[in-house]
Design a protein around this ligand. Structure first.
Ligand code: URA
Length: 197
């Protein structure tokens, strides 16, 4: 087997985070308080990828610490894990002003950070939260409601499980919450499967 050339210039997750922290590749750099790179256990089997930081995340520098984050924390705890045993990050590392959707130019600029982050984390299970992360990492054009409830092969041996964004679950409640919980059961099973394989 031939050795592949490194596809990115960073030697470690720490180096990558330090570089991202001073990024000025897109206009979000002008309006952010700080870069929100990611949080959790860098050797976690399970990585969550959201859309982009909101106001509270921009203030604290930590992903998913607002209301949607509190729901994510509860869902993680619902499958017997804690936030510090998983890793949480976003498609874009800087807050889109007014919580608008990230623009294609912002997603493209930030994508090398996410791809390299996933290279270093090398999780067994990736959960994409909502349309932006799901579309970016699976290449689908379908909406999250069509693709959730399924598993997709990811980067060889890993699996990707798309689920509703917790902010959408907060808005829609009821069925959406039940669907989220069902998706987290898939996540739990995927994690367990790797261990007795
Ligand atoms: N929504 C996201 O997609 N990411 C966060 O970090 C917070 C809210």
């Amino acid at each position: 087997m031939t050795t592949l050339d490194p596809v990115h210039p960073w030697g470690s997750l720490t180096e990558l985070a330090a570089d991202a922290a001073v990024c000025t590749k897109c206009p979000l750099a002008e309006t952010r308080t700080q870069v929100v790179f990611g949080v959790g256990d860098p050797s976690a089997d399970l990585v969550f990828v959201g859309e982009g930081p909101g106001a509270e995340e921009d203030r604290q520098g930590i992903p998913f610490v607002g209301r949607a984050g509190q729901l994510l924390t509860r869902l993680v705890e619902g499958i017997g894990l804690t936030r510090d045993r998983v890793y949480i990050c976003n498609v874009v590392k800087c807050r889109p002003p007014g919580n608008r959707d990230p623009l294609p130019v912002e997603i493209d600029a930030c994508r090398p950070y996410l791809e390299a982050q996933l290279d270093f984390l090398a999780p067994r299970v990736v959960v994409t939260l909502g349309n932006f992360a799901t579309r970016l990492l699976t290449g689908t054009k379908l909406g999250i409601t069509k693709v959730r409830g399924q598993e997709f092969p990811f980067r060889g041996d890993a699996v990707l499980i798309p689920t509703l964004h917790p902010a959408a679950v907060l808005r829609n409640g009821g069925t959406a919450l039940a669907e989220s919980r069902a998706d987290f059961v898939l996540v739990k099973r995927a994690l367990a499967r790797g261990h007795d394989a």
